[in-house]
Structure formats: C-alpha cells, structure tokens
Design a protein around this ligand. Structure first.
Ligand code: HSE
Length: 305
C-alpha cells in the first residue's frame, strides 16, 4: 500500500453546553493543524508548535501517534508502516475544556485514513474516536463540525449533526489553570435524583429545539443543568459569578465548557463587553483569565494539503 503526506485541520470543541452532559457538542473556530508522513521503518519524529509545545509527549505515548496506530491496526497495515513524522501546530488550549484531546485523536485518525486513501467512513472514524476518548461529545463535532447530538448504544455511537439557526458567537473565558477531565469527573455522583434527570431532559430538549428553530425566546433558561455543573462549581472559583456577569451584560446564557475550566457564553451582540465582564468576575475570585470570541465551525476535520 502507498501512503501520501497529508495535512489536516481540526477544530477545538465544547461539550455538554450546560445540560447535555456527555451528549451535546459544538465545533469552535479555533484549530489544530497536523501534518503526517507515514514511515515504513520504526522511526517516530514528532514536532509540536504552539499550545502544548514542551508538555505534549513526543514519543510513543503521543496521543496523535496512538490514534494513527489504531487506524493502521484496523486496516491491517501496522506491519507495513511502523513509524511516522508528525508535525502539530496547535491553537486549541490544552486541558481547558476545549476538546484538545479529542482534536488530537480526530487529527490522528483522519490523517492516517487520508494518508492511506480514505478507506474508512465517517461512522468508522466516529467509532474509533469514541472508543479512544470514552465518550462521543467532543470527538463528534471535531469530526463533523457544527453542533452534534450523540448517543452510544451497546458501544455504537450515533451522531446527529446540524448547524444552529440562531445567530450567536461563543465568548470563551479561559482561566489560567488546567483542570484534567479525570479530576472533573471524579467529583460527580454515580446516581442522580429523578427530579434532576427530568430537569436536564427538559433543558436539553429546549436547547436543541431553540437552536434548530432559531428561536431566541426559548434559549434563556435552556443552558441550566443539574447533572454536573453544580458539583464542579467548587473546582472553578467564581464560576456562578462569571455566568451571572455574562448574562447581566447581555449574553443569552452561559455554561461550563466540557469538564472545564473554560466558561462559554452565547451572545449575539456586545461580545467584547460580555468577555470583559467574565474576565473581571474571574479576577474578583483571584483567577487570571483571558477571553476569545469564537464562531461555530461548520466543517470539522478537513484535509488542507
Ligand atoms: N462530557 C465530558 C465531561 C466532557 O463533562 O466530563 C469532557 O471530555
């Protein structure tokens, strides 16, 4: 089998969007780029530029390489291609709740698939990525772009992807500390009250309907959640005050991005006011933060060279 050098661009993502724990995701207009050349010999050359340079492992532990290996094994050509040159140019902040690990997994599997002539389907790639990440909510929008609703039944992920009809930007407040997903999942209870489950079903359904129909009127309470944010509040100093600051300054709603610590507000005007208010609210809790204004990415993972 021949392999070609490929360059891939993958968006960062936000998961949950408040109530849709482990289910909802959205692709954001910040990107990681990845160039892959497969080698027949056991040589691994990994270069990392931008976010994570110096922190991301450049040996066999590298998550992009491990994802590439999954595809090579699946296509039964791991004996033919045993090494690679991988050049990563990262703009997605690391361990902040913007899907950096999903971006790496999706980058690796899409690049390997493309390098080998794209024999795997989007559904195949979704399955591999979900198995690696453990849940589909970040990998689905990283693969397909837009907003995604994902389920997993008997180990098989399914994703419904759409572009929201409501006009908004995502104001992302990025605090200057890392929060590993594992730590943010450990604070969650194993069981929840039925009333909390009902509350989240209502919010999630309302959020999807409002975004699909472009109905701003129904979005204001649709980000409310009782399944994970209340437990994670203690891990992100000032979280509730940052949400309040965003809404007081005109945002439609705000939520914890994935497992955090980034917080995101949806706003259709005055985005800089919203961002500045969120940063100020974090500062009142002695947390240094910056903000970015991002749009919904509609493309997902694409070949750029
Ligand atoms: N749904 C996940 C969580 C996102 O909230 O833990 C992090 O990958």
């Amino acid at each position: 089998m021949e392999a070609k050098t490929v360059k891939i661009r993958v968006p960062g993502t936000s998961a949950n969007l408040g109530p849709g724990f482990d289910t909802l995701g959205i692709a954001c207009s910040c990107y990681n780029e990845l160039e892959l050349t497969l080698y027949r010999d056991e040589r691994l050359e990994i270069e990392v530029y931008g976010e994570g340079a110096g922190d991301i492992p450049t040996d066999g532990r590298n998550i992009v390489w491990r994802s590439i290996l999954r595809v090579l094994k699946r296509l039964e050509c791991d004996n033919e291609f045993k090494g690679a040159k991988i050049v990563m140019k990262n703009d997605v902040p690391l361990s902040r709740g913007l899907g950096s690990s999903a971006t790496a997994i999706v980058g690796g599997i899409v690049a390997a698939n493309e390098a080998l002539g794209a024999p795997l389907t989007g559904q195949d790639l979704l399955k591999i990525a979900t198995d690696m990440e453990g849940h589909p909510d970040n990998v689905a929008p990283a693969l397909f772009g837009g907003m995604t609703i994902s389920t997993v039944k008997n180990g098989w992920p399914e994703t419904f992807r759409f572009m929201p009809r409501l006009h908004f930007k995502m104001v992302v407040a990025i605090p200057d500390f890392y929060l590993p997903t594992k730590a943010a999942r450990e604070v969650l209870p194993d069981k929840v009250d039925r009333s909390d489950a009902i509350f989240n079903i209502g919010s999630t359904a309302m959020l999807i309907a409002a975004l699909l129909k472009g109905s701003k009127r129904f979005i204001y309470n649709a980000f409310d959640d009782r399944l994970h944010q209340p437990y994670r509040t203690k891990l992100i100093p000032g979280m509730q005050d940052v949400f309040k600051a965003a809404k007081d300054n005109g945002a439609m709603g705000a939520f914890l991005s994935g497992a955090g610590p980034c917080l995101i507000a949806f706003a259709d005007n005055g985005e800089d006011n919203v961002g500045q208010a969120m940063v100020k609210a974090f500062a009142a809790h002695n947390v240094k933060a910056e903000y970015k204004v991002l749009s919904v990415d509609g493309e997902g993972a694409v070949v750029i060279g």
